[in-house]
Design a protein around this ligand. Structure first.
Ligand code: MLT
Length: 255
């Protein structure tokens, strides 16, 4: 387990965990978090080896990232919570649906996918892991942001992403790459998810294309899909107003 660094806002009300993806940290939620009503208790962690959270020694699996979140919720005495997981954190939300389904009041899978990596994908993850261990995060800071946004990202989004990735931990990137490479196929899990689920994807997402979100939506009973126009992989940063609206509508019915 890893003790996570986190920000919490509010002491009561329904708990909403906003969890960033790879190789980012809680700063990607800044604009979205500012617009979430104060009646919601908001928790923004940095995953192990990301942002300000330490990386425990040794390899880890996607389930370990999930167990860290459960431990954080225990520490805050929150038995049941909503979670929005961006991309890699969508894989972690799937892990939580396997590990502790009774603790999830509702989930938002943001730009994620159910299928595991194929052989080429796993090789590419290992190459990323080895390079990050040797060189640190610089190569990702100069390549990933452009691919992660749509054709017309609002000013500041690319710079924020570059800043966040440049400050990432090379070993944390390596551990996450390997954990993602070994994650199981979540497809068989989909029909067993019975809590309210929102699926969000940017219409221009090339990293986790809308087809992957459509597949998740078809698999989870009652899941709702929102495709955010004029956004790529980072719809929460690129179109925060549309993103917040989707999240607010989803939560409004349930809290
Ligand atoms: C992410 O945004 O977390 C990553 O793109 C997920 C992945 O590489 O599969």
């Amino acid at each position: 387990m890893s003790e996570l660094d986190f920000t919490v806002r509010g002491e009561s009300g329904p708990a909403l965990l906003l969890v960033h993806g790879f190789p980012l940290d809680r700063r990607i939620w800044q604009t979205v978090a500012a617009k979430i009503p104060p009646t919601v208790r908001l928790i923004l962690p940095d995953l192990r080896g990301h942002g300000k959270s330490a990386l425990p020694p040794g390899p880890c699996t996607i389930d370990d990232y999930g167990r860290d979140l459960l431990e954080l919720m225990d520490k805050l005495s929150i038995p049941k919570f909503f979670m929005a997981g961006h991309s890699m954190a969508g894989y972690i939300l799937f892990a939580l649906h396997r590990l502790a389904p009774d603790r999830i009041a509702g989930g938002a899978l943001v730009s994620s996918r159910a299928l595991p990596d194929n052989e080429d994908g796993r090789k590419a993850r290992e190459a990323t892991a080895q390079r990050a261990e040797k060189e640190g995060p610089g190569f990702l800071a100069s390549t990933m942001p452009e691919r992660a946004v749509g054709t017309a990202p609002p000013p500041g989004v690319l710079d924020t992403m570059r800043t966040v990735i440049r400050s990432a931990n090379g070993k944390g990137i390596a551990a996450a790459s390997r954990a993602m490479a070994s994650r199981p196929d979540a497809t068989p899990l989909l029909p067993t998810i019975h809590c309210p689920t929102l699926v969000v994807v940017g219409e221009e997402d090339v990293l986790t294309p809308p087809a992957a979100s459509e597949e998740i939506t078809r698999g989870i009973p009652g899941a709702e899909l929102v495709i955010v126009p004029r956004a790529g992989h980072m719809s929460n940063m690129e179109q925060p107003t549309a993103f917040n609206l989707a999240l607010a509508r989803f939560l409004d019915h349930r809290v």
